[in-house]
Write a protein that binds this ligand. Structure first.
Ligand SMILES: [Zn+2]
Ligand SMILES: [Zn+2]
Length: 341
């Protein structure tokens, strides 16, 4: 079968690799039909983040089941979400909802991201994917939700969702600030989720005018971040999401957080050490979250919100192209490319 393979920044090729086969009763084989480009994929493709190739690429997936073991819980023809992280659903970590660190797999095991776990699990931009523990992993796409709309619910949408959903459950109607930038689509999904979940004020700050227009379409107030212009926090927010990925924006986010507020950093800060205004955070009593999303444990709530018509990830998508154009589109600077087949 064909598999898109990342070689080096700007260099991909479609390689012939052996097709996966069922190995256990709970396995399934899935043919991807809609794959979203993760925010991280863009930075790997362009070389901003250094991941050594070669490895199979793509990890945000909706697919059609083509083969299923007798205990896989799905049947050929089912259209399903494939979580980007592998998890068993049975171990202690999975039972606690910590599906980003399943004990059955090497730490940080994921499709399309071999360097994070040093193990190749295959990628989504392939003819077929091997899915173990399918009875736990796979979730059917609800009727009325298009594959291209749900394509990145298992990763970037869930990632934005977790920054606001839990905090809003504890503080219904609270105000939300999104400091946006590097994690292009995750910040937008956080803003959209905050609106969908009935937050009070939702302010989205981003220096990119195109993304600001998308945030406005999602129902948020959108303004330039303008830290270069010396902007200082002009309001305090109970819930803050930092998706900008730079020190100045991280500090701005801390200073914008209300006393006893909750802040989630969803951008990956790639420097060896990132300064944080910890004294300020201490006196405010901030709760600070960061880390990889728990894909399987988190995305069904976001999927349900899409299915009920409140969350509209399609406002973030700027381009839909066939799989065959994936290499060219991988370095498109826009916020979200979806590949379909
Ligand atoms: Zn991702
Ligand atoms: Zn597990």
């Amino acid at each position: 079968m064909q598999q898109l393979t990342f070689l080096a920044p700007g260099q991909f090729e479609w390689r012939d690799v052996p097709a996966p086969t069922l190995r256990a009763d709970t396995d399934a084989i899935v043919a991807p039909i809609a794959v979203a480009r993760c925010d991280l994929d863009f930075y790997i493709a362009t070389g901003f983040v250094s991941y050594p190739g070669p490895f199979a690429f793509g990890h945000e997936t909706v697919g059609r089941v083509v083969e299923a073991g007798p205990a896989a819980g799905v049947a050929p023809g089912d259209v399903v979400i494939v979580p980007f992280q592998l998890s068993c659903g049975r171990c202690g970590a999975c039972r606690r909802g910590f599906t980003n660190a399943c004990e059955a797999y090497p730490f940080a095991a994921a499709y399309g991201l071999k360097p994070t776990s040093k193990t190749e699990f295959g990628g989504a931009l392939s003819d077929l994917m091997y899915v173990p523990f399918a009875d736990h992993m796979l979730v059917r796409v609800p009727d009325g939700v298009g594959p291209e709309v749900a394509a990145n619910v298992s990763d970037n949408i869930a990632d934005g969702w977790r920054g606001v959903a839990g905090p809003l459950q504890q503080r219904p109607g609270a105000s939300v600030l999104v400091v946006a930038g590097l994690a292009q689509s995750v910040g937008l999904y956080a803003a959209g989720a905050a609106v969908a979940l009935g937050a009070g004020r939702v302010l989205y700050l981003d220096d990119d005018a195109g993304r600001r227009a998308r945030a406005a379409a999602l129902g948020a107030e959108a303004e330039p971040l303008a830290l270069d212009g010396g902007r200082t926090p002009d309001a305090q927010f109970e819930i803050v999401v930092e998706a900008a990925g730079n020190e100045a924006a991280l500090a701005f986010a801390v200073h914008s957080c209300a006393p006893n507020g909750v802040m989630t950093s969803v951008a990956i800060h790639f420097g060896a050490a990132t300064p944080v205004p910890l004294t300020r955070a201490y006196y405010k009593g901030l709760t600070f979250h960061t880390g990889r999303v728990h894909s399987r444990a988190t995305f069904p709530e976001a999927l349900a919100c899409i299915a009920c018509g409140k969350l509209h990830p399609e406002h973030v998508t700027h381009r839909i192209v066939p799989f065959a154009e994936a290499i060219d589109a991988m370095t498109d600077p826009g916020p979200k490319v979806i590949f379909t087949r």
